[in-house]
Design a protein around this ligand. Structure first.
Ligand code: HEC
Length: 194
């Protein structure tokens, strides 16, 4: 009798943990409130993929401003998806990639040349999740927003087409993330042409 009660208690605790788990999966993947993605607050403790400086998708116009206005783009990914990519060359379901945009400066302290990072000026997030019709969605977290709905319509059309057309692995710019690029090359998951 006692044992039966204990078994029921354990089963109940397990069922409760499953119910909670269904809403917010454990681990470092995406967290949602309804259809909105919660800001991945701890991304600075994630895996750093790389940093672009002043990357521009259009050739600079003649006489364009010097590097003084260039921003850094720092890319981070949740650790479990990074580990999975290093083993398979593919992004697993529930991958979260963060693009943190930071202003740069050349004047400060003992610096005489080159550029260093300063304040955050933007944050965009790219999530792979089977809950999305197209597998991936983009989210904008400008202005310190705590949650964001998937970007839609005109605002996202360009993002989607450039990433799909030019990203070396599964809509992402693996060609600019050195350790990811090596793993994809080893596993043969780069798009033809890379
Ligand atoms: C013309 C091409 C182009 C367009 C348009 C574009 N991106 Fe990207 N995106 C890139 C490149 C190149 C990188 C790699 C940049 C780096 O390392 O700094 C990148 C990286 C990213 C990343 C890091 C993860 C990944 O997928 O590789 C995010 C997040 C991102 N972009 C979001 C966006 C959003 C949101 C938009 C639309 C508002 C957008 N991008 C539009 C070219 C583009």
């Amino acid at each position: 009798m006692k044992r039966a009660a204990a078994t029921i208690a354990i089963a109940w605790a397990f069922a409760c943990s499953l119910a909670v788990g269904a809403q917010q999966p454990a681990g470092d993947g995406p967290r949602y409130a309804g259809t909105a993605l919660m800001r991945p607050a701890e991304y600075r403790e994630w895996i750093f993929l790389s940093s672009g400086l002043g990357m521009n998708y259009n050739a600079p116009a003649p006489g364009a401003p010097p590097p003084a206005r260039q921003s850094f783009t720092n890319v981070f990914v949740n650790p479990s998806s990074y580990r999975s990519f290093m083993q398979t060359g593919k992004w697993p379901d529930k991958t979260v990639l963060v693009l943190e945009i930071r202003a740069s400066s050349g004047n400060g302290s003992i610096n005489k040349d080159g550029r260093f990072q300063t304040t955050v000026s933007g944050m965009e997030v790219h999530v792979k999740d089977s809950r999305f019709a197209n597998g991936w969605e983009f989210f904008g977290f400008g202005g310190g927003k705590e949650s964001a709905e998937p970007m839609s319509g005109q605002a996202v059309a360009e993002c989607v087409s450039c990433h799909a057309e030019h990203g070396a692995v599964d809509n992402t710019f693996a060609q600019f993330y050195p350790t990811i690029l090596d793993a994809a090359r080893q596993k043969g998951t780069l798009k033809p042409g890379f």
